[in-house]
Design a protein around this ligand. Structure first.
Ligand code: ARG
Length: 494
């Protein structure tokens, strides 16, 4: 296609480097939708005969059905999804097929496809982040959430928390991820279609109509920018990287928690493996792989930034190479969250308040502050007191510790001060956002409310997209799983 004026076919190695049909499978559904909108507009404006537009529309929907039925595959010899669709359409409906590309370039076409795809994939990524947050919140609300667990700083015992406070904090991060995906999606509101190759068109294209048909708020304001703007790709890759970093941090929490020496997390059998050599091993491989996935995500972000940085204004072919980076990014994130969510839901969170080990030294200092002692002085006195205790009493739990405290800090006499038991420690810290039950309940309520708000927005926008596609009778199944990635969409050997 398109090479009639050249005397030689494209070199075969060059064709392999140039082709993008493999990754383009991820765009098939949105490419058809974009073409349907373009055809409808060409007919409505009278740029092409209405009857031709109708035949094109019917042909495009038919291609979608055949794709789903597996009776049509992209031909790598035809370079990309756009030329595949056009060529197959021509075979089906003849002459009218040759009218579809009127006033359009693959440059505005691929920009439109990417906007449609990215929006859809962002919604799916947001949905999966919300599911993970929900799984964490469910554990936090349940009986395991009531147990206490040592909060670490520098991986050293710092202050005890409720499991609900710790898991609620992880949930909050994934809610923020979902909101971040949502914010990028909501900013993706303008349709590049009708920008042409770079400068728009001398034909009276109605860009407002195609924008509406594709559920955008309007057309992009600059054709020059629209064909080469990949901000949403970069923003999505950043949000994906950050979600992976959060997932990795939670994975690390599980890896460390499952160490027998720590013993506060028990992973379900469904998410551990064993050693090929040591029969006793129970390895948290999946949590480790969740951690490892973040490396690729960060690499994809930096690869895409590097790809874009030296491009002049206007479409450059380098932009094609950004597509698989984005598709793989979403695909890996989906695969990671699909593992992490059931892993978190199926794990046991053990509360073994180590009765012999208090983290309440700050409580003594705080009581001294209440008795009028400057904090720095109190801190020094408590530190000296602790280091002066016999080794066995350093945990502040043995019998006689209360007497020792009374002797070391006479100003506490008569104040009714008692050192909290480890399991009671979280309740002492009642500041806003602190470890006490009331504050954790406030956190979990916030997580649930923000989770529901984002879920409502997802449902609303998905319904709107489906409604617009239904106007064209385009099968919804083409948009089923935007995180499946092009490899799975191509099918075996595709
Ligand atoms: N396959 C191309 C891409 O993915 C489509 C645009 C090609 N445009 C061009 N002038 N060669 O970016």
């Amino acid at each position: 296609m398109l090479r009639e004026r050249f005397r030689r076919p494209l070199d075969s190695a060059a064709a392999r480097l140039s082709g993008s049909t493999r990754e383009d499978a991820a765009l098939l559904g949105v490419d058809l939708w974009g073409s349907l909108a373009h055809a409808r507009m060409l007919g409505t404006t009278g740029i092409i005969p209405r009857a031709s537009a109708r035949r094109i529309e019917r042909g495009l929907v038919e291609l979608g059905r055949r794709w789903l039925a597996g009776t049509w595959r992209l031909d790598a010899g035809l370079e990309d999804v756009h030329l595949n669709v056009e060529s197959e359409l021509g075979k089906r409906i003849g002459e009218d097929g040759a009218r579809l590309h009127t006033g359009r370039s693959r440059n505005d076409q691929v920009a439109t496809d990417l906007a449609l795809y990215t929006r859809e994939a962002l919604a799916a990524a947001g949905g999966k982040s919300l599911e993970l947050a929900a799984a964490l919140a469910r554990v936090a609300h349940g009986p395991a959430g009531q147990g206490t667990v040592t909060g670490w700083t520098h991986l050293q015992p710092a202050q005890r928390l409720y499991w609900s406070g710790l898991l609620g904090a992880h949930a909050l991060r994934f809610v923020r991820d979902a909101e971040r995906f949502g914010a990028i999606r909501r900013a993706l509101r303008y349709s590049p279609l009708g920008s042409g190759a770079i400068a728009g068109s001398s034909l009276p294209l109605d860009r407002f109509l195609t924008a509406r048909l594709l559920a955008f708020d309007g057309p992009t304001p600059s054709s020059v920018d629209a064909v080469s703007d990949r901000d949403s790709t970069l923003e999505a890759l950043f949000a994906i990287s950050l979600a992976h970093v959060h997932a990795s941090q939670l994975g690390e929490e599980l890896v460390i928690g499952a160490m027998p020496e720590v013993g506060r997390v028990e992973l379900s059998d469904a998410f551990v493996t064993t050693s090929s050599l040591m029969p006793h091993k129970r390895n948290p491989d999946l949590a480790e792989l969740v951690r490892a996935e973040s490396a690729g995500a960060i690499g994809r972000l930096t690869a895409a930034l590097a790809l874009l940085r030296s491009l002049p204004m206007g479409y450059q072919r380098d932009l094609q190479a950004a597509k698989p980076i984005l598709f793989e990014g979403f695909e890996h994130l989906g695969a990671t969250l699909d593992v992490l969510t059931p892993m978190v839901a199926g794990a046991r969170y053990l509360a073994r308040p180590t009765q012999d080990r208090s983290t309440a030294s700050v409580e003594i200092a705080d009581e001294l502050v209440r008795a009028g002692v400057p904090f720095r002085t109190a801190h020094r006195r408590v530190a000296l007191f602790l280091s002066g205790l016999p080794e066995k009493d350093r945990g502040l739990a043995g019998p006689g510790v209360a007497t020792r405290i009374g002797r070391a800090f006479p100003e506490l006499a008569g104040r009714g001060f008692d050192l909290p038991a480890p399991s009671e420690e979280p309740e002492r810290r009642r500041t806003f956002g602190g470890s006490a039950r009331r504050e954790v309940d406030r956190l979990l309520a916030l997580v649930d409310a923000r989770r529901r708000a984002e879920a409502r927005d997802l449902a609303r926008v998905r319904a709107k997209w489906a409604e617009r596609r239904a106007e064209f009778h385009l099968p919804e199944r083409l948009f089923d799983d935007p995180l499946a990635g092009s490899v799975r969409k191509n099918g075996p050997g595709g």
